[in-house]
Design a protein around this ligand. Structure first.
Ligand SMILES: [Zn+2]
Ligand SMILES: [Zn+2]
Length: 183
């Protein structure tokens, strides 16, 4: 069966890759494989904003995706943005193959607070479920506790739970039974 690939882009805490792999394995019945880390795409850096353009990360992931990748999730610790938004927690192709998450704004230190590994872990899992959910066709959910709800600031990430609401969960189950039927 085609696999879900995980790849760090730039330096990412090893712990975080473990959390992400476990969260993905819990929800997605796919073989999960890791690729060796990618370099941060040089073209991505926006010196004026001191941020990185997410589109360059998406391009790098499309290039790095092995042939049997049904999904590829990139993970970076740098701050991502797109021209229209001041920052992104992550980005994904809805119903596509490619997604990226940034841990940058999930760290308590970003908000001037002491590091908290547990908080970072919770937030990371929610972002993984959000962006991978998009790649499996889920759109934004109106239930604030669902990881598929839109979070425009970290407080909204913190008010999410680490599991999909019933409706989004059902949609995923339907999606996977359709995929299995195709194989
Ligand atoms: Zn979203
Ligand atoms: Zn939902």
């Amino acid at each position: 069966m085609n696999a879900l690939y995980l790849v760090a882009i730039g330096s990412v805490p090893a712990q975080a890759m473990e959390w992400i792999e476990n969260a993905a394995a819990e929800w997605y019945p796919l073989p999960i494989r890791r690729l060796p880390p990618l370099l941060i795409p040089e073209a991505a850096y926006d010196a004026r904003r001191k941020q990185y353009q997410s589109v360059e990360f998406m391009k790098a992931l499309a290039q790095a995706a092995p042939r049997d990748a049904c999904r590829i999730l990139g993970v970076t610790d740098v701050d991502l943005a797109i021209p229209m938004l001041s920052f992104l927690f992550g980005q994904a192709q809805v119903d596509g193959r490619i997604a990226v998450i940034s841990l940058c704004r999930l760290h308590q230190e970003f908000y001037g607070l002491p590091a908290d590994e547990q908080v970072l872990r919770e937030r990371t899992i929610k972002e993984v479920l959000h962006e991978l959910g998009h790649t499996f066709g889920l759109v934004h959910c109106n239930q604030p506790a669902c990881p598929m709800s839109l979070a425009t600031h970290i407080g909204l990430v913190d008010s999410k739970q680490k599991e999909y609401c019933e409706r989004c969960g059902m949609q995923l189950v339907e999606r996977f039974s359709a995929l299995e039927a195709e194989v």
